[in-house]
Write a protein that binds this ligand. Structure first.
Ligand SMILES: [Mn+2]
Length: 291
């Protein structure tokens, strides 16, 4: 077994659970993916890229790792999709009760069923912002309600779900979609970010399926879709959310690493670190309206 290292190679004093404000839970689960297998390798590739990344954030002039990032033992339960979801749920709740800022790295998108359930139980009136190419609204798929194609079905019933970047769905999902809260990739008009923020409650959980990004900047994902989001527009949107809302946690899923294509791993690593920087240095974020 590989020796456990600290997140991004940070010094031990920033990596201990007791003092860390952030907990990072890897969930290398790939039980239900329909096409490109390999999301189980996502967390390792992400962690490896993170170790080779600069830890000073230019935008916020900060080194957010000094807030402490505890790399939790990976959730390895994979005997069934239902058991995996239950274990993710339980693991998150345990850290939320210790007042940690909890983050996860998948694995396929079905892990978010467990994430959203845990955050929704812990925080009042939760908004879930899903950034994704696929609607993921099916009530069940291939015999399970815990399939990646069902990632936000439960959230669509129990939370204030806002979907961004969507460009692929099945007709069976139409009845579960709130079009007034859906920002399709082909229709990101001038003020869409303001409209989306206006629909959010104070507490926000963000789930990012990396296939939301355009395949030209993130090809290494299980089910790529043309016509996706780009780097800076995504960061602009995230910045606005972190600045205007209380982001209570987030997960990032569906990195499907390819040995010959490392830029996707580094995008995921940078995205994660940017989100932590925005969370803890909210007051230093400048959004477009200010700069
Ligand atoms: Mn998804």
């Amino acid at each position: 077994m590989k020796a456990k290292t600290n997140y991004a190679g940070i010094p031990d004093k920033y990596a201990r659970l007791d003092d860390a404000q952030v907990v990072l839970i890897p969930v290398p689960y790939d039980g239900t993916s329909s096409w490109g297998k390999g999301a189980d390798k996502g967390p390792d590739a992400f962690l490896h890229a993170s170790e080779n990344m600069e830890l000073y954030d230019i935008e916020t002039k900060s080194e957010v790792y000094k807030k402490g990032v505890y790399l939790a033992p990976a959730v390895s339960e994979n005997s069934s999709p239902e058991k995996m979801v239950e274990t993710v749920h339980k693991t998150i709740k345990n850290y939320l009760l210790q007042d940690k800022f909890v983050t996860l790295f998948g694995g396929e998108h079905s892990i978010s069923i467990g994430s959203i359930r845990a955050f929704n139980e812990h925080f009042e009136d939760l908004t879930v912002v899903q950034i994704d190419a696929h609607a993921d609204l099916r009530p069940s798929y291939e015999g399970s309600a815990c399939n990646h194609a069902c990632a936000v079905h439960e959230a669509s019933k129990n939370t204030n779900l806002i979907q961004v970047g969507i460009r692929s769905m099945d007709s069976s999902e139409v009845e579960h979609m709130d079009e007034g809260r859906t920002y399709f990739a082909h229709d990101l008009y001038d003020d869409w970010m303001d409209d989306a923020i206006g629909q959010m409650t104070p507490n926000v959980f963000i789930t990012i399926d990396l296939d939301a990004f355009d395949p030209s900047i993130l090809p290494s994902t299980g089910t790529p879709e043309p016509g996706g989001l780009f780097w800076y527009e995504t960061l602009d949107f995230l910045k606005m959310i972190f600045k205007k809302k209380n982001v209570v946690g987030f997960d990032i899923v569906e990195l499907c690493p390819n040995e010959n294509e490392k830029s996707s791993d580094f995008l995921a690593a940078k995205l994660y670190y940017k989100m932590l920087s925005y969370k803890f240095y909210t007051d230093r974020i400048l959004t477009d309206e200010e700069d």
